[in-house]
Write a protein that binds this ligand. Structure first.
Ligand code: ZN
Length: 200
């Protein structure tokens, strides 16, 4: 279970990073969905998905975010990475990715990457209402139809439900740590943080 992670910082727009340490990085066309794609080699066309999985050594798989939560998944001889905003979380993207890996391996560890924290992520009652009751503890009502959503908690619920016991949180928020990472909410930027993982 040897792997390496990479998280880009402000000095570089993650969208422009096509290789890391001389090895290519594959990123999907992200659609805030619940679909996961398996990557065996660099594809001619990037898959439309919000989670990538690979068992190929030295092939980086990554997601681009600016507030949404990247989740790294580490199994035996397999790694995954997930892009989880509220829409993808609602569609169970993290649960789906773990379940996919568990069909042929076992996710031993998950790492919650750089994403907006529960103190910074304000959403409306419309979003709150869409989530089923098991997620209500991830919301904090702040009045006038506004709620704070803890995306990391919501994804922890999915990880635990899928049987992942070891969960590491990097405790890095794109808004609180905006000096290091891009935040769409804070600065309305098109630039993105690249979060990538590879087997070595
Ligand atoms: Zn924050």
């Amino acid at each position: 279970m040897k792997y390496e992670t990479f998280i880009s910082e402000r000095d570089k727009d993650g969208r422009s990073i096509k290789e890391i340490k001389g090895t290519p990085v594959v990123t999907p066309v992200q659609v805030h969905g619940g679909k996961v794609a398996f990557i065996g080699s660099v594809p001619q066309k990037p898959p439309v998905a919000d989670g990538l999985i690979t068992d190929t050594k030295n092939l980086w798989i990554g997601v681009l975010t600016a507030d949404c939560l990247p989740v790294f998944l580490i199994g035996e001889g397999v790694v995954g990475v997930v892009h989880a905003g509220w829409r993808g979380t609602l569609k169970g993207i993290t649960f789906n990715a773990v379940s996919y890996i568990n069909r042929f391996s076992r996710v031993k560890k998950a790492i919650l990457g750089v994403g907006i924290c529960g103190k910074c992520y304000e959403v409306g009652e419309d979003v709150y209402k869409l989530f089923p009751h098991e997620y209500k503890s991830c919301f904090k009502e702040i009045g006038e139809g506004k709620f704070l959503l803890d995306l990391k908690e919501a994804n922890k619920i999915q990880l635990k439900a899928a049987g992942v016991s070891e969960i590491e949180d990097l405790n890095l928020c794109s808004v609180c740590n905006n000096d290091r990472f891009f935040s769409y909410r804070k600065e309305k930027t098109d630039k993105r943080t690249l979060s990538a993982i590879r087997l070595i």
